[in-house]
Design a protein around this ligand. Structure first.
Ligand code: FEO
Length: 172
């Protein structure tokens, strides 16, 4: 059985994952109307879908442990970006915040000696290592590319497979 405190904290994470999904969905829609960014568009749509899976996993866990998962209202995410670089910088910053939030949940689980939740959260701890790595890699590449159009062409082509052959992606 989850404590009230643990349950509330997990529900806050449900909200955060839902907001992540919305934020990346908005990035996907923005990328979709930019010329030549079909790979990036696919990447953002896929990322949005993964965040939804993260949310669903939490919902299912909360209810399984005798709690009640709250489906949250969502604020409108940022809709437009001045550049692809800005979108990826936002994505990276957001993932760092998610990691901090997951760490906070682990702290609560340990303080409460809720080892089942601690165990459950390890999947998220590992997932965040991968998410941050991927976001950092994209930012580093865009920094190198700068205004080079052929570099951007290759980035858009290669991003479709980025994160797929890596560790945690797609394994939900
Ligand atoms: Fe589910 Fe990207 O945090």
């Amino acid at each position: 059985m989850l404590s009230k405190n643990m349950q509330d904290a997990l529900n806050k994470q449900v909200l955060m994952e839902a907001q992540s999904s919305q934020a990346y969905l908005a990035m996907a829609s923005w990328a979709d109307i930019q010329p030549g960014l079909k790979g990036v568009t696919k990447f953002f749509y896929r990322h949005s879908e993964e965040e939804r899976m993260h949310m669903l996993k939490l919902i299912s866990y909360i209810n399984e442990r005798g709690g009640f998962a709250i489906i949250p209202a969502l604020a409108q995410p940022t809709l437009t970006f001045v550049s692809l670089k800005q979108a990826f910088e936002e994505l990276f910053k957001h993932e760092v915040k998610v990691s901090e939030s997951i760490n906070g949940l682990v702290d609560i689980a340990l303080t409460e000696k809720d080892y089942a939740t601690h165990n459950f959260l390890q999947w998220y701890v590992n997932e965040q290592i991968e998410e941050e790595r991927l976001a950092r890699e994209c930012n580093d590449k865009l920094e190198l590319i700068g205004e080079d159009k052929s570099g951007l062409y290759l980035f858009d082509r290669d991003i479709i497979t980025m994160g797929i052959e890596g560790g945690g992606k797609g394994k939900h």
